[in-house]
Write a protein that binds this ligand. Structure first.
Ligand code: NAD
Length: 322
């Protein structure tokens, strides 16, 4: 299995186009799932402190290295800075905690998880902190400007703790501002992206800036419906969508691969998550074929601007996408 790569700027590092999503995996199951994913051929792991399983992700990675399945240098490990640690004195502490949990000396990519600075919660008080300060039921924003947060992330690169830095859930306006003052340009933008939420203008503009793009939740409503989200349950599953199914039949492949391949055709990375080894293998095979332009165009017609991972859907007064 060849893993295709995107070459990142400014480091020149190669980031695998297909990686493995580490969110929504129970801590008890995580180490074995990650080990199996490495065995299956995954080399990129998309984790974060707020996934509540970073230590177990590290356990799986370290066991695979110890068993000789892979070397550290072959892996591309992502962690994410949570919203409660945007303060200039908190960023490095957050990354050091993630590295300690992962049992690694550096991450390949450190992403700012959301363009949202929330009141700081010390690691000793609650970790991961989640959205609210302990004892409160609503979010409280912090006066932690992004230019200070980004400078602290740049300092993590200088210190050798992160090889690359990037952002997640940012829009064009936020990136334009960031690009006006950064010393190290973000290497990557990770956003929700699937046939029902295509974000074409965002993706094209970001790629023109030399910033790589990774899609998360490539299977659209699937993981959110599984989590009980009402408007994800009421929309047709991508796996049952007739356009996706017809294209899957044409190439004798699965609807899941069609959803992934559609992103890969735009040179957009993907990080599907599955607990089953069969599905892990199936998803990785999206690398091994090409989709005709007419099929890309047919999927382009499915855009509904339908977003599932939005803080306001969780009930937080944080309408960042508006
Ligand atoms: P996803 O879109 O990868 O969908 C996962 C669901 O699809 C699971 O229910 C799984 O059982 C099912 N599935 C997987 N492979 C399948 C196959 N071949 N056939 C049929 N069903 C299949 O899930 P997701 O967790 O929303 O997104 C993936 C990753 O994206 C996360 O694990 C995380 O790493 C990342 N993510 C990042 C953010 C962010 O804010 N940056 C937010 C959400 C997710």
């Amino acid at each position: 299995m060849t893993i295709e790569y995107i070459t990142l700027k400014p480091s020149g590092d190669k980031m695998p186009l297909i990686g493995f999503g580490c969110a929504k995996i129970e801590p008890d199951a995580t180490a074995e799932v990650i080990y199996n994913a490495i065995k299956t051929g995954y080399r990129l792991f998309d984790g974060g402190s707020n996934y509540y399983n970073e230590k177990e992700v590290g356990d799986g990675i370290r066991k695979a290295i110890a068993d000789g399945l892979v070397e550290r240098e072959e892996l591309f490990v992502i962690s994410k800075l949570w919203n409660t640690h945007h303060g200039k004195d908190h960023v490095r502490l957050a990354l050091e905690k993630s590295l300690q949990d992962l049992g690694l000396d550096y991450v390949d990519m450190f992403l700012c998880h959301f363009p949202i600075a929330l009141e700081h919660v010390p690691i000793e008080t609650k970790y991961p902190a989640g959205w609210c300060v302990p004892g409160k039921t609503q979010v409280t924003r912090a006066r932690a400007p992004m230019h200070e947060c980004w400078a602290a992330m740049e300092a993590c690169v200088d210190a050798g703790l992160a090889r690359n830095i990037g952002v997640s859930n940012f829009n064009v306006q936020m990136l334009m501002d960031l690009l006006s003052y950064c010393r190290i340009q973000p290497s990557l933008l990770q956003v929700e992206l699937h046939p029902y939420l295509q974000q074409r203008i965002l993706v094209d503009w970001v790629q023109r800036q030399g910033i790589a793009v990774t899609a998360y939740s490539s299977f659209g409503p699937a993981s959110f419906a599984a989590g009980g989200l009402k408007h994800a349950k009421s929309v047709q599953s991508l796996f049952d969508n007739p356009t996706i199914k017809d294209i899957a039949a044409k190439y004798n492949t699965s609807p899941a691969q069609v959803a992934l391949r559609w992103s890969l055709e735009r040179n957009v990375g993907v990080v599907p998550k599955s607990l089953s080894v069969e599905r892990m293998k199936n998803n990785l095979e999206a690398l091994n074929w090409k989709m005709d332009e007419e099929d890309v165009q047919a999927i382009n017609q499915l855009d509904m601007g339908l977003r599932f991972n939005d803080p306001i859907i969780k009930g937080w007064d944080l309408p960042i996408f508006y």
